[in-house]
Design a protein around this ligand. Structure first.
Ligand code: ADP
Ligand code: MG
Length: 781
């Protein structure tokens, strides 16, 4: 067997056309065809009573080899019966207890029938297996790969959550497809490579689930696309006998194979089943104590909703029971789901919290216990849940937790030939982790949110249950249940309130939790909460309103309870549209924000400024100045009187304006003062400069007399400059030249005369240089 998913297609295609060309010679030349003919001749003579091993059945050597390698030697009852009929192409309704080997009962005939038809990759899709769960599809696919190892067919696993593109491109090469309904229909609708015209065999595993309301439309669409001429096989531990279902599938003279129909019980004989009657509030402590008492065992614990599973798993992980905890539910990502599934398969001791996605078909090896924390929706679900243990001739135990209001379930189980025994729980042995849970929730708002969602989700799941004789949402003591989850205040369940209002039921609810998703109703909610709050102290009242949407339960996609016969009032599309419109329109006003802050009792931040001496100067909201404001503050104990507040603001505004004026005045004064001080300083600096310049003038007396070096012409030169300029300018120039001369004189002793002259000439402007040159020339003459 090769698989599309592993991209492991063996390269031995047999072209059907070619076989036909040599048809006449085939009888003599093709040993495989001869073998097939021999096998087919034996089909009619199979005597189930004498079959002990698979080798006793007329199966191909390739299949037998595969079975042997997997360790399958003796066929089970359902396998013998089904294989006998299915090999001849009959339609089959197969019913057998959980874990009795129904998978091989349809996989072996699929392989054999395609083998006998010498099916090749080029023939396309030959057999289609539909199953309601992704993990189950994967499990069947793996089983097919193992036992079909020596065949040359290609197999594909077509399930949601996988790479659609990958599946799409290989679709035309699949001979055997294992799929979930939704993804199959998607390929049928969208993928041009999907072609099922040649398809010969259709199998529905967990057929009753495939055909129930949740999949009704999808399945009808799929069936409409399939060729009418085909072999159809349905399998389940709780097989459908509904004529309507059979008509939908257009079965032709179906053979009903029910190996356990006449057995005493409909559950496996190795399964020991018990139940306890307990209050809703005690469930968490019972489950916790159960886990603590079975640390070395492999346990599956079923809950009614994803959110419960998520919460119990998360909070129990924090409580560290001393055994691996895992959680499997529909809203997890598919890869994560597969990972958890495989992980739990490998474990020898672990606890798996799960929704009903793990209830059907999945084979986890060596499960010791199945605990049903929430009552199953019907006896069929009970059978499938407990069927995760005591599989294939092994033993196992199950425990069902029933509330006093759910005792009707016992009758349903009895009717279905399910033996359950009552056991008592010693309350003294119970270990209640609620205090620790409360502490975790106080620290972790996300966990608290998960707990609130779990709470609402449980109530909703009970409400949605079909069997109203067993499930009564109004009988739930929701307050104590919320406390048992670690929630100090029970979240409000809106639909339950509406239901109670409609039926006139008055629950024992002591207090409400505010939900802030509906601003318009919020004040009314608060008013209601306060007025009904009799025995609750102020400290216990919720300070932070929180939102628990009771309409956001996105539980298991495939197994969601899609009932049409409950009386839940779901909003119409129009209502939903209106709601979203209204929600969009609503502006977030400052008043609303202020209200929120007031309710949360948030104190505004204080800015503390420290002065130069390290003294704290508090800059916060300034004290009210006006009398009116002070009076308003004293009177006002919550809420805002907008009109009064406006007047107060006007009054306060006067003080603010005055304050601003004073500040501006003070600023101007300060600026003037600074200007004065600056002028004064400048004047002082002038005087100082005059003194200092004379005082600090260097004593140049030791220097040689410049007149002696440059001659007396310098004076003339000086004079000539003086003549050409005005008096002020003259003084400056004189000073300047004096300075230059002094500079040069300082260097004079160390420099040669030529060099000195050069330097003088470069440092002077054109006129000065010209004059100097003339003087020098004159002196030379
Ligand atoms: P069902 O679908 O009836 O619940 P499965 O087909 O999942 O049961 O089989 C349950 C287990 O029994 C599987 O682990 C499978 O490997 C094992 N099994 C099935 N048939 C045989 C057999 N003939 N010999 C040994 N083990 C078998
Ligand atoms: Mg099965």
């Amino acid at each position: 067997m090769s698989s599309k998913n592993e991209d492991n297609i063996k390269n031995k295609p047999k072209v059907k056309g070619k076989v036909k060309v040599f048809k006449n010679k085939k009888k003599f030349l093709d040993p495989e065809s001869a073998l097939i003919e021999k096998l087919q001749e034996k089909y009619e003579d199979i005597d189930v009573g004498t079959v002990n091993t698979f080798a006793n059945l007329p199966l191909s050597s390739k299949t037998l080899k595969g079975l042997k390698e997997c360790g399958y030697t003796k066929p089970t009852e359902i396998q013998k019966e089904t294989i006998k009929l299915a090999l001849t192409g009959k339609d089959i309704l197969g019913a057998a207890q959980t874990g009795s080997g129904k998978t091989l009962a349809f996989l072996i005939p699929i392989l054999e029938r395609l083998y006998c038809k010498q099916w090749t990759r080029l023939d396309g899709l030959g057999a289609l297996v539909i199953t309601p769960l992704r993990e189950l599809a994967y499990q069947i696919f793996e089983e097919l790969r193992r036992i079909g190892e020596h065949h040359e067919f290609s197999a594909g696993l077509i399930i949601g959550g996988k790479d659609l593109k990958f599946e799409r491109n290989r679709m035309d090469q699949c001979n055997i497809m294992i799929c979930t309904p939704g993804r199959l229909l998607q390929h049928m609708d969208e993928n041009p490579l999907f072609n099922c015209v040649n398809m010969e065999i259709l199998v529905l595993d967990e057929a009753d689930k495939c055909l129930d309301m949740g999949f009704e439309q999808t399945m009808n669409a799929i069936i409409a696309n399939l060729p009418e001429k085909r072999q159809t096989m349905l399998f389940s531990a709780t097989q459908t006998k509904s004529v309507r279902d059979l008509a939908r599938l257009s079965l032709k003279e179906p053979q009903y194979v029910s190996v356990h129909e006449h057995s005493e019980y409909s559950t496996p004989t190795g399964l020991q089943q018990s139940y306890v009657v307990c209050e809703l509030k005690d469930k968490v402590s019972i489950i916790w104590s159960f886990i603590k008492n079975h640390l070395k065992q492999k346990i599956i614990i079923f809950f009614a909703s994803c959110k419960e599973v998520k919460y119990v798993y998360e909070v129990f992980c924090k409580l560290r029971p001393g055994v691996s905890l895992l959680a499997l539910y529909g809203t997890l990502h598919q890869l994560r789901r597969m990972d958890i599934y495989e992980n739990f398969c490998k474990k020898t001791s672990a606890v798996l919290f799960a929704t009903d996605i793990a209830a059907r078909g999945l084979h986890f090896p060596e499960v010791h216990w199945v605990v049903q924390a929430d009552c199953p929706e019907d006896s069929a679900t009970y059978i499938h849940r407990v069927g995760r243990t005591a599989r294939y001739n092994r033993g196992g135990e199950s425990l069902l937790l029933l509330m006093p209001s759910e005792l009707q379930m016992l009758e349903n189980l009895e009717e279905r030939k399910i033996p359950v025994e009552k056991i008592e729980i010693n309350p003294l042995k119970l270990n209640n982790p609620v205090r620790k849970m409360e502490a975790f929730l106080a620290k972790d708002p996300t966990l608290k949110d998960t707990a609130q969602r779990a709470f609402v989700s449980y109530a909703k799941s009970i409400f949605l249950m079909k069997d109203k004789k067993v499930f009564n949402v109004q009988a739930l003591d929701t307050d104590s249940f919320a406390h048992s989850l670690g929630l100090a205040i029970p979240p409000r369940i809106r639909f339950l309130q509406r239901l109670n209002a409609r039926t006139g039921n008055t629950p024992k609810t002591k207090k409400h939790i505010y939900i802030d998703d509906d601003e318009d109703n919020k004040e009314k909610e608060i008013a209601k909460a306060v007025s009904t709050d009799s025995g609750v102290s102020d400290e216990e009242k919720p300070h932070v309103p929180f939102h628990v949407p009771d309409d956001s339960d996105s539980d298991d996609g495939v197994l969601r309870v899609k009932r049409k016969d409950h009386d839940i009032e779901l909003p119409t599309d129009f209502e939903l549209e209106e709601n979203t419109k209204n929600r969009k329109k609503k502006p977030v006003t400052k008043a609303a924000v202020a209200k929120k802050l007031l309710k949360k009792k948030i104190v505004p931040n204080k800015k503390i400024v420290f002065d130069d001496d390290g003294e704290a100067v508090t800059v916060g909201f300034k004290d009210k100045q006006s009398e009116l404001a002070q009076q308003y503050e004293n009177e006002n104990e919550g809420g805002i009187d907008i009109e009064k507040a406006k007047l107060v603001l006007k009054e306060e505004d006067k003080f603010d304006k005055q304050l601003f004026k004073d500040k501006v005045k003070a600023k101007h004064k300060e600026e003037k003062r600074k200007l004065k001080a600056q002028r004064k300083q400048e004047e002082d600096e002038k005087d100082e400069f005059g003194e200092s310049s004379s005082d600090n003038e260097p004593d140049l007396s030791w220097l040689p007399d410049p007149d002696k070096i440059y001659g007396e012409k310098d004076e003339d030169e000086e004079e000539s400059f003086i003549k050409t300029n005005d008096s002020d300018h003259k003084a400056k120039k004189t000073k300047k030249r004096k300075f230059k001369a002094e500079k040069l004189i300082k260097e004079a002793p160390v420099k040669k005369k030529k060099q000195r002259l050069k330097e003088i000439s470069t440092s002077l402007n054109v006129n000065e240089a010209e004059e100097l040159a003339m003087m020098l020339l004159k002196s030379k003459q």
